[in-house]
Design a protein. Structure first.
Length: 360
């Protein structure tokens, strides 16, 4: 996952200070030199193919006080909201005018970007690819969607309680299942998983509930299982596991193989033992979240925002917002696993810092 290039010590010494010069203050007018930054220590590691490259240098002048950045996040009860808010704070601390907007998450955020109502937005990559290619929840392709960076993995967690007897995806037949709010990222995941196992919603008594609502109904015996797609651990799932005999249903076998083959933005993974009340690893899948950026934002501004995000102060603010951000948002992870094109300004930033951008 980490595609990294060796940068000479001399190049690092020359560029590390200059790269962050404009991101440590909130002055209105700044001039930054974009190159390798202090959070990119990992780029000194040897690349897998043994090759090496030096970071480039591009001079960027942005009057941040004149630029407004709206970050579309998610519901206030979810993980998108604090992490998206931290991105807004990091950019605000660097001098941009910013706002973090609470939303219904992925699908709404994609539409906000497409309608020019947000500059940045968090979305699950499966929803983004559906929009980009025009299938699933999106009737027409949206080829103007652009990414800035990858974020953290969202794990698909199918949860139930032991009394339901549900032990596999196929056991959802005839059961009451919370599949997520209509066209939410969770619901899109559920729809594709049903398909991969040769099933449809008609096989279950499905209810378009958010996972929080579905789990509440499960506690009252009104719902048998719920799809949850989020980082690990999820607080709502943890609460269920603490008070009830919760079971995490595996997503595995031929169904999972079918899912990944048709929708390669999914990756096979496991929910580690003791994440909740599970004594052993549970097979599942994950899909990355990515940060979208409006295509109409200038290349220079996107480049400058990435400088600020990955400055010492910027990345510290973002990592402090949530344990998932601390573990999974880091320059060293690169962008090779982002499935749609990067914004040209983002592509140049990542290339200048020694990372491959196969999507561009």
């Amino acid at each position: 996952m980490r595609l990294v290039k060796r940068i000479t010590a001399a190049a690092m010494a020359l560029t590390m200070t200059a790269a962050l010069a404009g991101c440590g203050s909130s002055s209105g007018s700044t001039s930054t030199t974009a190159a390798a930054d202090t959070t990119a220590a990992a780029v000194t590691e040897k690349a897998a193919d043994g090759s090496s490259a030096e970071a480039g240098s591009t001079s960027v002048s942005i009057d941040r006080a004149k630029e407004f950045v709206t970050v579309a996040t998610g519901p206030t009860s979810g993980i998108y909201y604090p992490i998206g808010g931290a991105f807004a704070t990091a950019l605000g601390n660097a001098g941009y005018k910013t706002s973090a907007q609470a939303t219904g998450a992925s699908v709404e955020n994609i539409n906000l970007i497409l309608n020019g109502e947000a500059e940045l937005a968090i979305a699950m990559q499966d929803s983004v690819v559906q929009a980009y290619e025009g299938f699933g929840a999106f009737e027409k392709a949206e080829p103007d969607l652009r990414a800035m960076m990858r974020l953290w993995p969202n794990y698909v967690q199918l949860v139930t309680v032991a009394s339901t007897g549900i032990k596999s995806v196929e056991d959802l037949k005839g059961k009451r299942v919370g599949i997520g709010a209509p066209n939410s990222g969770v619901e899109l995941n559920a729809r594709m998983i049903y398909e991969a196992y040769g099933m449809t919603y008609e096989d279950s008594d499905v209810d378009y509930l958010s996972y929080g609502e579905a789990i509440d109904q499960m506690k009252n015996g009104q719902c048998d299982a719920a799809f949850v797609t989020s980082g690990l651990p999820n607080a709502t799932v943890s609460e269920l596991a603490f008070s009830y005999d919760m079971v995490i249903v595996p997503i595995d076998g031929e169904g999972r193989d079918n899912l990944i083959e048709k929708y390669p933005f999914f990756s096979a993974s496991t929910i580690p033992a003791n994440t909740y009340n599970n004594k052993e690893d549970v097979e599942s899948v994950f899909v990355y979240n990515i940060m979208l950026v409006n295509k109409d934002v200038s290349d220079d501004m996107v480049y400058d925002m990435l400088d600020c995000i990955f400055s010492d102060d910027g990345i510290a603010t973002i990592k402090a917002s949530h344990n998932t951000a601390d573990k999974n948002i880091d320059v060293s992870f690169g962008v090779d696993d982002v499935k749609i094109p990067l914004h040209d300004g983002a592509a140049k930033w990542w290339q200048d810092h020694g990372y491959e951008t196969p999507q561009n």
